[in-house]
Design a protein around this ligand. Structure first.
Ligand code: IVH
Length: 669
């Protein structure tokens, strides 16, 4: 392909990908399959590697992130980012509307919208390209989070249609409930602290240094306000409608996310509808916003010191009930973490009967100054389990008793520990504490770990109760006769379990490593460790420095891995699993070496003997790392024919060794 054709093709592909991105993320109407979409993206990525001079800054390939923000610069807002006055009272909405009618000339039209519970953002577009995204900050200046915002698929990098040449759009960035739950499940699996709610998670994510992590967290957005000079737009509703045509995800009337009304009845209708329906939304809202539609009327109403007179937020009351705290029980998790749980006098909340509430940890009990027998306030937030938000101290009497957090494990009586810097208490008896033992086995047999057919938590309970299994290694000593003896166990099911265990001996090393349940070693970390160290023995003997030198392995994980192998019971367990025939090393492909260990490569251009992917595979199977762009950290560039001149120039100016295809092959001769 020549330069001219490449440029044309890159532009065509970018446009096509942008179109499908919009259909998928904004319109919710995908037109092609995920597979076909990935093919298009891959084609564009390949072309951009081959012709980097045409890989433009706003390419849809940039959505995957990768750029690091060292420091978020503080920047001033061109238009102050005000907040809204808000109320929980319908009366005050009526008063607000009456006041506006007196202050305004002519009839008033209102736009009712959802009040998204996320982080406010202001994004400037110049000549149709996203130029800067800034958080609200203190309203006059905020932080530049452009790199991270560019990874959010519903925020266009390049606009379409009849957009103003220079304007700012404002809206809310939030984390959909599904993404939030998925993220917390992943964190639970790798034993990391859970996030409290979607709003704080969205806000924390937006301030992360590594935009690749931001891209993976699936943030979403709704844009609700256009700001600029001489916009040639008369009102708010029109501005939102137009923004939708330029490519933004905006609220639309079809699903009542936005509604134009002209009376207080219309406003109340909207409020009542969403108070009832808000639990069905795939994201959280904390109220609705009512705005005067017409810009001229907005202007004449003006602002108070903090907020516009022409808008108000009605906030929903979170349903809160009062009930009695009867007792506190303590749950022991797979990792020994102790979670206090409040046992409550049954009460109705949000359509369900509530008997228990999470208390998270001892700090929470202290903060609430809880006494058993207290009357407590319970709320249901974004989380599924309700929480105690306060105590009705006026009802506290002499029969209540101060809560002393337990000092010993409720299951095995071992003295609990609380490690420095952690909020949770732990039972350190990870080899003999029953829920920890059962929890470890359940984790081991899980779908993402050993995935053992026919074996579930209930059977583990039965096997454990009968004393047939105490550790994961005992699973491999089970016989058909022992299993079939269990309550309600048919021959076929027992057979399934035994053959499932047999089949699990072929599960690759990285999944076995994850299945062991080492603290902080989730799926991804297990993959990285397995790939880097190749065998369990190498991991066991690795020094702290060697561990933290692996991509994405930090101090916390390294310490946890080393602690795991310092425990002789764990080493003995692994020996038994090795004897049972499980995979404890990576099956090397033929011809693999460590020859390129620690070296990073950029492969670019077209090759004669091998394809580009084959060359990349050779690099990886010999310990090297493939990266997509040239930087001072690149060691080698493998240059095929047609490699772009800009790339070659960059490589030579950085003093990087450039290898031809033949020179690369000779490395292995
Ligand atoms: S309008 C001058 N509309 O609520 C008015 N705000 O205190 C500017 N919010 O920080 C805001 N949904 O982050 C507006 N549909 C909506 C909103 C909304 C959520 C947030 C916004 C702002 C806060 C207002």
């Amino acid at each position: 392909m020549n330069n001219f054709n490449a440029k044309e093709e890159i532009l065509k592909l970018s446009e096509e990908i942008n179109k499908h991105n919009h259909l998928y993320y904004v319109e919710n109407m995908p037109f092609i399959s995920d597979y076909d979409f990935d093919l298009l993206l891959k084609k564009l990525q390949d072309l951009e590697i081959q012709f980097p001079e045409f890989a433009f800054e706003y390419s849809p390939t940039k959505r995957v992130g990768g750029d690091i923000t060292k420091k978020f610069e503080t920047v001033g807002h061109r238009f102050p980012m005000l907040s809204l006055s808000n109320t929980y009272s319908e009366e005050e909405i009526i008063e607000w509307e009456n006041r506006l009618k007196k202050l305004s000339e002519g009839d008033l039209e209102y736009v009712c919208e959802l009040k998204y519970d996320g982080v406010a953002i202001g994004i400037r577009y110049e000549n149709g390209f996203l130029s800067r995204a800034v958080t609200r900050g203190d309203g006059t200046q905020g932080e530049d989070v452009t790199t991270n915002v560019k990874t959010i698929k519903t925020i266009p990098l390049q606009l379409k249609g009849d957009f103003p040449l220079d304007f700012e759009i404002r809206g809310e960035i939030f984390m959909p409930l599904e993404s939030f739950q998925k993220l917390n499940t992943e964190r639970e699996e790798s034993d990391e602290a859970l996030f409290a709610n979607p709003r704080n998670t969205a806000s924390g994510t937006l301030k992360m240094k590594d935009s690749k992590v931001v891209a993976e967290r699936s943030l979403d957005s709704y844009l609700y306000g256009v700001y600029g000079n001489d916009l040639a737009i008369d009102g708010h509703f029109e501005s939102v409608d137009k923004a939708g045509k330029w490519g933004f995800k905006v609220p639309v009337s079809k699903n009542r996310f936005i509604e134009k009304v002209n009376s207080i009845d219309g406003i109340m209708n909207f409020i009542h509808y969403w108070d009832k329906e808000r639990n069905k939304l795939p994201f959280e809202i904390d109220g609705v916003v009512i705005k005067v539609n017409n810009y001229a009327q907005q202007k004449s109403l003006g602002f108070t010191a903090k907020s516009p007179r022409w808008a108000i937020a009605y906030k929903f009351k979170t349903e809160r009930v009062e009930t009695k705290l009867e007792s506190i029980s303590y749950q022991v998790g797979r990792t020994g973490a102790i979670t206090p749980v409040a046992n409550l006098e049954a009460v109705q909340l949000g359509g369900t009967t509530v008997k228990r509430a999470s208390l998270y940890n001892s700090d929470q009990i202290e903060k609430l100054n809880l006494h058993v027998g207290d009357y407590v306030y319970v709320e249901k937030g974004g989380e599924i389990i309700p929480k105690i938000v306060g105590v009705n101290t006026s009802k506290r009497d002499a029969s209540t008793s101060f809560v002393n957090f337990i000092g010993n494990c409720p299951e095995c009586n071992t003295t609990l520990v609380r490690r420095e810097g952690e909020v949770q208490h732990y039972c350190p008896n990870d080899t003999f504490c029953p829920p920890q033992m059962k929890g470890k086995i359940e984790h081991f047999i899980g779908r993402k770990a050993m995935n053992i057919d026919g074996l579930g938590a209930e059977t583990v309970d039965l096997l454990y109760a009968k004393g047939l299994i105490k550790t994961i290694a005992d699973l491999y000593d089970l016989t058909f006769d022992q299993v079939v003896e269990l309550d309600r166990m048919a021959d076929k099911s027992a057979n399934n379990i035994i053959s499932g265990l047999e089949a699990s001996k072929k599960v690759p090393f990285e999944r076995v490593l994850f299945a062991l349940g080492i603290r902080f070693v989730g799926e991804t970390v297990a993959k990285k460790l397995a790939k880097h160290f190749k065998t369990i023995e190498n991991i066991k003997i690795a020094s702290f420095e060697e561990l933290i030198n692996v991509d994405e392995i930090g101090d916390k994980i390294a310490v946890s891995v080393q602690n795991y192998f310092l425990n002789e019971d764990n080493c003995f367990l692994i020996e038994r699993l090795i004897k049972a025939g499980l995979q404890f090393e990576i099956k090397e492909k033929e011809g693999s070496t460590n020859k390129l260990e620690g070296k990073s490569f950029v492969v670019s251009g077209v090759f004669n003997t091998f394809s580009r992917d084959e060359i990349k595979e050779v690099i990886e199977s010999n310990g090297g790392k493939n990266v997509s762009s040239i930087s001072s950290k690149t060691d080698f560039v493998v240059a095929g024919e047609n490699m772009g001149p800009a790339k070659l120039k960059k490589a030579s100016s950085l003093g990087i060794t450039i290898l031809s295809e033949d020179e690369f092959i000779q490395l292995f001769n």
